[in-house]
Design a protein around this ligand. Structure first.
Ligand code: ZN
Ligand code: ZN
Length: 259
């Protein structure tokens, strides 16, 4: 059974057209090409068109300063393309130092503004949401809950929170994206989160080119490597690999409203 990858960055210059074609010839049935700024959102839409796949468009928190009236207008125009099935990745990321000459509070304020503006866009056009949240869970949830989104329309991609947080998200109908980190020895959180919620609320994702699973850490990641992630989830849940693939493929189809 072929695997669907819900979160990829195949616009990365390390991927050649042949490389992507090979991925789709392998164990991968399809993928979502996720944007992280206006330029890369455009590239992701191009990749989705070229390979008959889907895309998400959005401005990542680290690129939040570029989220102004003009780029927002461009983004909503881009989102009208029929291959665009989600807004993302958007959210809050407090992991790194603020840009030169600005304070931590400045950075937070700019990120929150961009997150809220794009959340509003997703609401207006009725698309699901791919959330990136790093070291910023409380603020992310505070903003998200104000929008009172419908169940099964929001995913926390590359989820690294606790079982408690996963359970809390599940109560609000929010999914988690699980990828290579679940195979890491020190990633007890990921395994516990997977254990805590029903498989129906998990999306498979590589976040490639990043986060290659064990035993391939440090190499260029691709959707085919999800097989390692799936084995790990099957082990945690005590079910077969086929059950994981089938359920997670169904989850992706339901989340992105794929026909
Ligand atoms: Zn991310
Ligand atoms: Zn990503």
């Amino acid at each position: 059974m072929k695997i669907y990858d819900t979160h990829t960055h195949y616009d990365d210059e390390r991927y050649s057209p042949n490389y992507i074609a090979d991925v789709l010839d392998g164990n991968t049935s399809g993928f979502c090409a996720v944007g992280c700024n206006l330029e890369r959102s455009r590239l992701s839409v191009g990749i989705a068109e070229r390979y008959g796949q889907i895309a998400a468009v959005g401005i990542h928190p680290q690129d939040a300063p570029e989220c102004n009236a003009e780029t927002k207008a461009e983004l909503s125009k881009l989102a009208e393309n029929p291959v665009v099935k989600a807004i993302g990745e958007i959210g809050l990321d407090y992991h790194y130092d603020p840009p030169e000459g600005t304070t931590f509070d400045d950075m937070k304020a700019v990120q929150k503004q961009a997150f809220i503006a794009q959340l509003q866009l997703a609401e207006n056009i009725g698309l699901p949401l791919i959330v990136h949240s790093r070291d910023a869970m409380a603020d992310t949830l505070e903003i998200l809950y104000k929008f009172n989104r419908k169940p099964y329309t929001t995913v926390f991609h590359c989820f690294s929170g606790s079982a408690e947080t996963a359970t809390e998200l599940h109560k609000h109908g929010i999914l988690i994206g699980v990828g290579g980190t679940v195979t890491y020895k020190n990633a007890k959180n990921s395994a516990n989160a997977v254990r805590a919620i029903p498989l129906e609320y998990i999306l498979l994702e590589t976040d490639c080119p990043y986060l290659s699973p064990v035993p391939l850490r440090g190499t260029l990641n691709h959707s085919g490597n999800l097989s390692y992630v799936i084995e790990k989830i099957a082990e945690i849940k005590g079910i077969t690999v086929d059950e994981v693939v089938k359920t997670c493929n169904d989850n992706a189809a339901r989340f992105f409203k794929l026909a």
